[in-house]
Every structure is written in C-alpha cells, then in structure tokens.
Ligand binder design. Structure first.
Ligand SMILES: Cc1ncc(COP(=O)(O)O)c(C=O)c1O
Length: 276
C-alpha cells in the first residue's frame, strides 16, 4: 500500500497519534504541514476575531490591508535607517493621524509634534506615561523638589478605576503611584466632581480614556481639560492630560456625537490609539 500521502496528511500521520510537545523541543522535527494543522486546531476558537466578543482585535479589514501586512512580515520596521521607504510611510501616517486629531488647531505643538508606530496601545501608553513622568521630573527639579526623596515626592498618575491593565504595568515598572478615581453606578467614567482631589505637586498627569472597554463610556475629556486649566492657573507644577484612545481614537473622528477629546483641547499632550 502506498502510504506516502500520509506523510503530508495530519489525519493518520504518526504525529497525530502523539502528544504535542509542550515543554522542551522534541528530539525529532515535525512535518511542517502537521505543525501548521496542530497550531490552527489549538487556536480554532480564538482565531475568529468576529466570533470572540472578548477580544480587543480588529475583527475585519479590507483584504488589501491584510495583504500589505502579510507582505511586511519580512521587514524589520524598527530599523529605520535600513528601511527608509517604510519609515517615510510611517511618517505620512503619523502626520495624517495627528491632523485627524486636530493637532493644527491653534497649538504651539503644531510645528514640532512627534509620533511613532508601536506594537500596540500598551507600548503607546508606556510612551505617553514616560513622557509625562520625564516632563514632571524635569520641571519638578527646576521647581526645587527633591525628587529622590520618594517618601515625599513619589510621582503619581491619576486615572479612572476602569483602566486597561497597561497603566498598572506602567506604574509598577516606573515606580509611580497609581491613583484610581473610583467609579460607581452614577459615574461609569472619570468622576469630574472628585478627580482634582487626587492631584498634588507629585502628579505627573491625568489619563482620560476615550473609550472605556469595560463600561463602553468615554471620559469627559473636555470637562477634564477645563478643570486642569483652572488648576494650572495657580499650580506650582502644571499638569497635562494623556488620552488613552486605544478603543476610540480611530472611531470618534468618523462619527458625530463626541465632545472634543483630542488636540483641540489645550492640555492634551499625547494620545495613543490601536487599530481596533
Ligand atoms: C483603553 C485601552 N487601553 C490600552 C489598551 C492596550 O492596547 P493593546 O492591546 O493594543 O496593547 C487597550 C486594549 O487592549 C484598551 O482598550
């Protein structure tokens, strides 16, 4: 009997009868078709984004976009000097997104805004948080705060308690106190009545969430901007807002009904977004 076909078929192959290796590399390699089938089987329930309501993924894109992404797999996009055309494309995109978020409307930021692609919003949030932290450290030193004395001057960041876990990671990695403004039945987004009670001279900034994944609401970032402007009038260390728009940054610009939440607002210094 000719059994050659079994070599390339998962069903009936010897490997199909064995347990899949889980801890160490097996002594012998596996037929690549079998390996692909195994991995696809294991991911079966998770891989269909539009059937996984818990996912944060884009559920559907134009096939052209899918193809472009597939064609980029062999590009090390982090290496800007080796891939100048890819870098140029990135910069065009950054400029378009910044303008979509109204960077141009009456801001001194307009001339020299910067942006970057990241692996996802988790990395974007880290960068936004770091920008707030370094800016605070710089200004706090000039203002004469002993920032090495962490008992008195441990930096803190303010956010509503339905934040995405990356903010907890940011605070843990960089030794920042996470000040959570609690939510309740009447406040399913950042509580504007109490948020400023959490601010002090060690506050590096406030995060406004433009799309809270758990409640489906948005923080009232326009109101937050007013409160911050009022605070900054007399503050020793004025603060800025970072907008976590992972969820809504590519959505809000295309639909009516959202209050201003982007660079139209005076104190919004940075924004992150994901392709979801
Ligand atoms: C509000 C918010 N912030 C941050 C993130 C992290 O984004 P990503 O999964 O792209 O790293 C997400 C989604 O996961 C999110 O919904």
């Amino acid at each position: 009997m000719n059994t050659d076909y079994l070599e390339s078929s998962f069903l009936g192959s010897k490997e199909a009868a064995r347990s899949m290796p889980k801890k160490v590399l097996p002594d012998q390699g596996m037929n690549p078709d079998t390996a692909e089938t195994l991995v696809n089987h294991i991911r079966l329930n998770e891989a269909k984004a539009d059937q996984n309501l818990a996912t944060f993924c884009t559920t559907q894109m134009e096939p052209q976009a899918d193809r472009l992404m597939m064609n980029s797999l062999e590009t090390n996009a982090i290496d800007k000097s080796e891939y100048p055309k890819t870098t140029a494309m990135e910069n065009y995109s950054i400029s378009m997104i910044a303008h979509m978020w109204n960077i141009g409307e009456g801001k001194e930021l307009y001339k020299d805004f910067i942006g970057t692609s990241t692996v996802g919003s988790s990395e974007g949030c880290m960068l936004g948080g770091l920008a707030l932290l370094h800016s605070w450290k710089h200004r706090a030193k000039i203002a004469g705060l002993d920032i090495d004395n962490l008992h008195e001057h441990k930096p803190n960041l303010i956010i509503n308690s339905a934040f995405q876990v990356v903010w907890e990671k940011f605070c843990t990695y960089w030794n920042v106190e996470l000040r959570e403004v609690p939510m309740d039945e009447n406040h399913m987004s950042l509580n504007m009545d109490t948020v400023m009670d959490y601010v002090d001279e060690n506050t590096i900034g406030i995060v406004g969430i433009q799309g809270i994944t758990y409640t489906g609401r948005v923080d009232d970032i326009q109101k937050l901007d007013e409160l911050v402007s009022e605070y900054n009038k007399t503050a020793k260390l004025p603060i800025k807002i970072h907008v976590d728009a992972a969820f809504g940054g590519f959505f809000a610009p295309f639909v009516d009904g959202f209050k201003p939440w982007d660079f139209r607002l005076k104190n919004v210094a940075s924004i992150n977004v994901s392709g979801q």
